[in-house]
Design a protein around this ligand. Structure first.
Ligand SMILES: C[S@@+](CC[C@H](N)C(=O)[O-])C[C@H]1O[C@@H](n2cnc3c(N)ncnc32)[C@H](O)[C@@H]1O
Length: 239
């Protein structure tokens, strides 16, 4: 499947051939490009910043779909000269579970009907492909294969047991309230000071936003979650 990158958006301020190459290689493997290239560019610049400033720790993504964001981050690591970082890929590799009552989109619509219909047809909502296909996709980057760890299953079950000790980059993209809350609870404390947190669904899914706001309020975490596009938010942990 080839995803279409909106042609009516101009990127005159981004004159970076390496980014262009990485974005074209990874676009068909990521859902983030459906709104434009901002999420990829933010990720690319986050990787540059983490490497340049030697912020310690691994990279993790919860909700990898076909692996496109991981591929983009791995290629950015290679471009910026660091192939030591470990990548942790958390996913059911079977699509999204049943959405709960908090999981409305920004228009207040529930995806439950779509989930139910697909399930009844024997299909999977939000399914990017089997683990083997995602493995092949990320290996295609040429990043050292032994640096990737794949953690199949619902994050509510796999975390914290499979959680890396320390993280420099935490990208959350499992769409829904319960999983986002669980990820923040277990992984945010492992994010290094100076590390980057990306919440992909904050603008699109009310459940992801609610989980994030509740976590920040409860823990008093000070982080400016900046708007990257209509859905994605990015912040740097300061303490
Ligand atoms: C929106 S897609 C991720 C998109 C991807 N990050 C990209 O760049 O294109 C959501 C993914 O989250 C996974 N997922 C949803 N809920 C999950 C859960 N509770 N535990 C693990 N994975 C989950 C789905 O299987 C799906 O692959």
């Amino acid at each position: 499947m080839r995803l279409r990158i909106p042609q009516d958006i101009e990127y005159k301020d981004i004159n970076d051939p390496a980014f262009g190459r990485i974005a074209s290689l990874c676009a068909e493997y990521s859902l983030t490009v459906v709104r434009g290239l901002e999420p990829f560019y933010a990720l690319y610049k986050a990787v540059e910043y983490l490497i340049r400033h030697e912020i310690p720790g691994d990279f993790a993504e919860c909700g990898v779909w076909r692996g496109g964001s991981v591929m983009a981050a791995a290629l950015a690591c290679m471009h910026f000269g660091d192939t030591d970082r470990r990548f942790h890929l958390f996913d059911t590799f079977e699509g999204n579970p049943e959405p709960g009552p908090d999981d409305l989109d920004w228009d207040g619509k529930s995806p439950h009907g779509a989930w139910k219909q697909l399930t009844e047809q024997g299909k999977k909502w939000g399914y990017g492909g089997p683990l083997e296909a995602v493995r092949r996709n990320v290996f295609r980057t040429g990043y050292p294969e032994d640096r990737f760890t794949f953690v199949p299953g619902r994050v509510e079950q796999t975390l914290p047991d499979a959680a890396p000790e320390s993280l420099a980059l935490l990208r959350l993209d499992t769409d829904l309230y319960e999983s986002t809350a669980h990820e923040l609870e277990t992984l945010y404390p492992r994010l290094a000071v100076g590390g980057v947190l990306i919440i992909d669904d904050y603008g699109y899914y009310r459940g992801a936003r609610k989980a994030t706001d509740e976590f920040m309020d409860k823990t008093g975490a000070k982080i400016l979650l900046n708007r990257i596009d209509a859905s994605v938010r990015l912040g740097v942990k300061i303490g």
